[in-house]
Design a protein around this ligand. Structure first.
Ligand SMILES: [Zn+2]
Length: 221
């Protein structure tokens, strides 16, 4: 299911009673479109003399980008409620998901049979879902290394960075060859586009399948 306001509010109320003894004051809840986090707690820091800043104006944002099993969505909400509890009580933790967080999380998991984790990282399947499927033109560098490894890099179509990439990479003693291709294969949609001197390693077989039907650019810079 995808998060809705009534669902998140209902979870907040239910789990506040069940897992936090109803201690948490209600906070504004909103839905967001974040691709990188399923949920977050935001707050304001108020400086105090000679003391840790006070945290105030808490609010919870849950992303609607993901279609999750109901229980997983509940776990995301409880995860955020633990952050809220720690912040609101001004408990000092060793890190974002430090000792205090983990102890509370493990307590709730074992008492209530939940599966809350410290990571908001998406599963491979969820990441796959987010990849843009639209066809577009890519400029792809196929890089071969002297040690036999092969890779690709998706470069910006315009601007000087592709030229700079090719010149610099070609000069590297580790590189045995670099070729440029123009392709509309959606396979390349998943790679970041930049002029950064990086390579994504792929097996030669995967690379040649990905580059099938693409046009090799001759007269390269
Ligand atoms: Zn967290």
């Amino acid at each position: 299911m995808t998060a809705t306001l009534p669902f998140v509010s209902d979870c907040f109320e239910r789990f506040n009673k069940l897992c936090f003894d109803g201690a948490l004051p209600p906070i504004p809840i909103s839905l967001g479109r974040s691709k990188s986090t399923l949920g977050q707690i935001r707050y304001r820091k108020v400086p105090r003399a000679f003391r840790q800043p006070a945290l105030t104006d808490f609010r919870m944002i849950i992303s609607t980008r993901f279609d999750l099993p109901e229980e997983e969505l509940e776990d995301v909400i409880i995860h955020e409620m633990i952050h809220y509890y720690i912040g609101w009580k001004n408990l000092r933790d060793t890190s974002t998901h430090g000792k205090v967080f983990r102890e509370m999380m493990e307590g709730i998991n074992s008492r209530f049979g939940r599966h809350i984790t410290v990571s908001h990282h998406l599963t491979a399947a969820q990441r796959e879902e987010l990849i843009d499927r639209r066809e577009k033109t890519h400029l792809v560098a196929a890089v071969d290394f002297a040690d036999g490894r092969t890779g690709i890099k998706v470069l910006p179509l315009t601007g000087p960075s592709a030229k700079r990439y090719v010149r610099t990479v070609r000069r590297s003693p580790d590189v045995s060859g670099i070729r440029l291709y123009i392709t509309r294969s959606t396979y390349f949609n998943r790679f970041p586009v930049s002029g950064a001197f990086r390579v994504h390693f792929l097996s030669p077989a995967e690379r040649s399948i990905a580059l099938e039907g693409s046009e090799e650019l001759k007269n390269q810079p």
